[in-house]
Write a protein that binds this ligand. Structure first.
Ligand code: FAD
Length: 335
């Protein structure tokens, strides 16, 4: 099958959404990528989305393609549209339904290279011959940018992994695992590891874990005025950040700061009980180094980093207080 003049690379929520909007405008295009691959293969079983169900939609030009409609059509009586986490399973079911309805013609191809030519691009694929296209829309997500901090980058992959590597965590049962990070992804991964039978320690630079507050169950007229709900979060700040036309008018330094901090790092309100008082959490400590040691049996440690999740099984972590660079924490080797 020929590749159209306009190529969308990536079939995650953004690629799918762009495809529906292009089709609505009569723009012939080809969309390539493994549908929802990041969500299906790089997030752990048992995950819940941090975004509210009503905010976890894939944008389409027509109404009626949100999670609420999907849940109603499939008679999911337990579905709540607001103040309730949406499971990964259900989100994937929704995305598959959205794809069947609106983007049925995705081609499962991997782009290996895009080279500008005089009037367009030469696009190379892992599976077939190159194509020449006029426009390329890149929607390949964040996975290619998974980052392992320098302090840990020399460790072997059987001792240290990025969280995006795992779609199941039961392999860590009975092992000691450190999760480095203090955002939702780190905290939820730590909770899931604990629930899968791992002995978990969270290590975070910040002095305390920040948790989102649960928003009120009911919203009255006054609430709409005082703290309007948006798909990002609730409140006037959110309304502003959720409006691209308004947000782009802000100075760049402020936009960058807000992009990094508006939604976190914070744990979701519904996760708190699964972490606080349940898991060992070491705050105010920065990881300085870690070195392999021993066999990785129970009692030793293995690492997952988060965003690189890293457990300590056969790893000796060296951490220092963020405010006292030389001090060591309880379970360490000389740095
Ligand atoms: C643990 C975790 C939890 C999250 N929770 C939430 C949440 O609750 N709410 C929320 O809104 N966001 C959440 N996010 C962020 C979420 O990943 C993004 O919002 C969303 O997936 C971005 O969509 P995307 O289409 O840009 O990228 P992705 O979903 O990553 O999709 C990228 C697509 O591109 C394809 N692709 C990549 N490279 C190529 C290539 N070379 N050739 C062809 N195809 C390629 C992939 O196969 C994939 O299909 C979470 C992220 C993580 C990691």
């Amino acid at each position: 099958m020929a590749i159209s003049d306009v190529l969308v690379i990536g079939a995650g929520p953004f690629g799918l959404s762009i495809s529906t909007h292009l089709r609505n405008r009569g723009v012939e295009h080809t969309i390539v990528g493994r549908p929802m691959n990041t969500w299906r293969n790089h997030m752990p079983l048992g995950l819940f989305l941090k975004s509210e169900p009503y905010g976890s939609v894939i944008s389409a030009p027509a109404r009626g393609y949100d999670v609420a409609t999907y849940a109603r059509l499939h008679r999911f009586d337990d579905y709540v549209d607001r103040v309730g986490p949406l499971s990964l399973d259900r989100f994937l079911g929704y995305a598959d339904w959205f794809t069947e309805q609106l983007v049925p013609d995705i081609r499962d191809l991997t782009v290996t290279n895009v080279v500008p030519t005089g009037d367009g691009f030469k696009v190379e694929f892992a599976e077939e011959v190159p194509a020449f296209v006029r426009q390329v829309i890149v929607a390949t997500g964040v996975l290619p940018y998974a980052h392992i901090p320098d302090e840990l980058s020399g460790l072997p992959s059987d001792l240290m992994t990025h969280s995006a590597v795992h779609d199941r965590l039961d392999q860590f049962s009975g092992r000691r695992v450190a999760v480095v990070g203090a955002g939702q992804s780190a905290l939820q991964t730590a909770a899931l590891l604990h629930e899968a039978g791992a002995d978990v320690q969270v290590i975070a630079r910040r002095e305390q874990i920040i948790w989102e507050e649960q928003v009120p169950l009911e919203i009255g007229l006054l609430d709409y005025i005082m703290r309007p709900p948006t798909k990002l979060c609730e409140g006037w700040g959110c309304a502003y950040y959720d409006s691209p036309d308004a947000f782009r008018l802000l100075p760049e330094s402020f936009r960058v700061k807000k992009a990094l901090s508006a939604l976190g790092p914070k744990g979701a309100w519904w996760l708190r009980d699964r972490v606080e008082g349940v898991l060992e959490v070491l705050t105010g400590h920065q990881l300085r180094s870690a070195k392999p040691q021993g066999s990785g049996d129970r009692g030793r440690s293995r690492g997952l980093i988060q965003p690189a999740i890293q457990g300590w099984a056969g790893l000796d972590p060296c951490v220092s207080r963020t405010d006292q660079p030389a001090k060591r924490s309880r379970r360490r080797v000389p740095c």
